[in-house]
Design a protein. Structure first.
Length: 495
């Protein structure tokens, strides 16, 4: 749980007070804390350099059990994400010491040229996200997350930001929900089961849902989704999650509808054009877009978001078998366009286009955003921490990149050159699902999607890099990162 705390720091009873300290500069303004830091700086090996740390036990005239001073380096390099990382790392370190409750000391916002809600929000986020442990499949649980993290700040700020901790907690819980789904092994989340798991979580909130099963996918002519799912014993689904605050009321005139589409491949073996075996285990994460979209909708419902948002989530398992779709096969998509299968491993774009055409027809969205672990090429282009944003709508791409900046889920706008569409030509069908060259693979994938969107305002976010991390980061463990939830929530809140 997250809490805000203010008053006299030395009178607080806590297992550990954590104080961030800058090299040379003072970033706190509470005299009691400044004098504690002065003592810490007397220790030779503690200079406030990044990752320096020193612990004082049972400091005199206080109820504090310990004080952990943590160096965060040069003041000029401290931004919101540096505070998230500080909070996350501190929490991880103190979990190992088997503590259950800590207090983080917030720096003074003016001294870091930051707004107080941004500063406190970053500390809360880093702490809450860093406190998550995925150990469901371990018999012996090595560590327990902390029960409570408080952030200590000036009483005026604490009073005006009373609601902040619970809001941050709600949003970050969405990220954790997505993380757990992504980290879950594929044998426990085959399409039907994964859909039921998303529905179960959504039902607890104010969301309506519907599921298209194999039969209704056939009736609707969703040939692309069906083609990808053909090789698997567990058949594909299309899940619709609908958050509509005007459900039982008269909607205002200018109400907008946003659609989010998320790629849900519960395991991507590549199908008949099988992937190399090295790292294939990580393809359990190929449903990260679906996880982030579902978790975003659940979060929006909890936040009582102001306009309608619909999640359209195709869920399939991409497997080779006697029933699997072959390279060279020609399929008919929901839109009516035919597609030649150049490679069965380019499956994400196939399930997305059926979902997107359906979403456009059924919900006539003002804006549609899809999120997908779509291409290895995007990881080659931008690395493992930055997502690619593709849109012909410059403003839309700009807004997404700006939200990414605000929540530290970094995005980079990529080009959509018209002339590259020629690379997707098929001799026999309307389009090929694979480009004739492997160069620019993230771009040609996005261009493929664009062929099915027409004039809807739309952006595609390729999260193949940041959705999953083998090692984890300062406020994320190994496995799913939950990337996209905080991004989409911030983006929609600013619309
Ligand atoms: N799921 C993969 C993309 C991926 C790669 C996600 C690495 C996360 C990490 C996608 O379905 C895929 O296989 N894409 C192919 C496309 C190619 C066959 C045109 C790729 O990127 O190699
Ligand atoms: Mg693939
Ligand atoms: Zn895939």
């Amino acid at each position: 749980m997250l809490k805000l705390l203010s008053g006299e720091i030395l009178k607080k009873k806590t297992e550990c007070l954590v104080v961030p300290v800058c090299e040379n500069t003072e970033i706190h303004d509470d005299p009691a804390i400044i004098s504690l830091i002065e003592n810490a700086r007397k220790i030779k090996e503690f200079k406030g350099k990044k990752d320096d740390s020193v612990v004082f036990y049972d400091p005199a005239d206080s109820k504090l059990e310990r004080i952990l001073f943590v160096g965060i380096g040069n003041r000029d390099k401290i931004d919101a994400d540096a505070l998230r990382r500080f909070a996350g790392k501190s929490v991880k370190q103190l979990i190992k010491k088997e503590l259950s409750e800590i207090v983080l000391c917030a720096p003074c916002p003016e001294k870091l040229d930051m707004k107080d809600d941004v500063l406190l929000g970053a500390l809360f986020e880093g702490a809450f996200l860093g406190n998550h442990i995925f150990d469901k499949y371990k018999k012996e649980k090595k560590a327990k997350p902390l029960k409570t993290v408080s952030v200590f700040t000036d009483s005026k700020i604490a009073k005006s930001r009373r609601l902040l901790p619970s809001k941050i907690e709600t949003i970050c819980k969405g990220t954790l929900l997505a993380r757990d789904w992504v980290s879950m092994p594929s044998n426990e989340k085959r399409p039907d089961r994964f859909v039921r798991s998303m529905v179960k979580a959504a039902e607890k909130e104010d969301l309506s849902f519907s599921i298209l099963d194999e039969k209704s996918l056939k009736q609707n002519g969703m040939g692309a989704i069906l083609a990808v799912g053909a090789g698997s014993r567990s058949k594909p689904r299309l899940l619709i999650l609908d958050y509509n605050p005007f459900k039982n009321k008269k909607a205002p005139q200018n109400k907008k509808t946003y659609v989010l589409v998320g790629k849900g491949v519960t395991f991507d073996s590549g199908g008949i054009s099988l992937k190399p075996s090295a790292g294939m285990d990580e393809m359990k994460m190929d449903m990260s877009g679906a996880a982030s979209v579902a978790a975003t909708l659940i979060t929006l419902a909890r936040l009582k978001h102001k306009f309608r948002v619909v999640g359209v989530i195709p869920v399939v398992e991409n497997m080779p078998s006697g029933d699997a779709t072959r390279p060279g096969d020609i399929i008919k998509s929901y839109s009516g366009k035919t597609i030649e299968i150049g490679n069965t491993d380019a499956e994400g774009r196939l399930i997305l286009i059926d979902a997107m055409s359906y979403a456009i027809k059924m919900f006539k969205p003002d804006v549609m955003v899809d999120m997908a672990t779509l291409t290895g090429a995007c990881v080659v282009a931008l690395g493992e921490k930055i997502a690619g944003v593709f849109s012909t709508d410059k403003q839309l791409a700009k807004d997404i990149v700006a939200s990414g900046e605000a929540v530290a889920e970094r995005c980079w706008a990529m080009p959509m050159p018209d002339d590259y569409k020629a690379l997707l030509k098929s001799e026999f069908a309307d389009i090929n699902n694979m480009s004739s060259t492997r160069y620019g693979g993230a771009i040609t994938a996005a261009l493929f999607l664009s062929e099915f969107v027409e004039d809807t305002r739309w952006a595609h976010i390729d999260i193949a890099g940041p959705a999953y991390s083998k090692k984890g980061g300062d406020y994320c463990g190994a496995g799913g990162s939950g990337f996209g939830v905080r991004l989409l929530v911030d983006f929609l809140n600013k619309m």
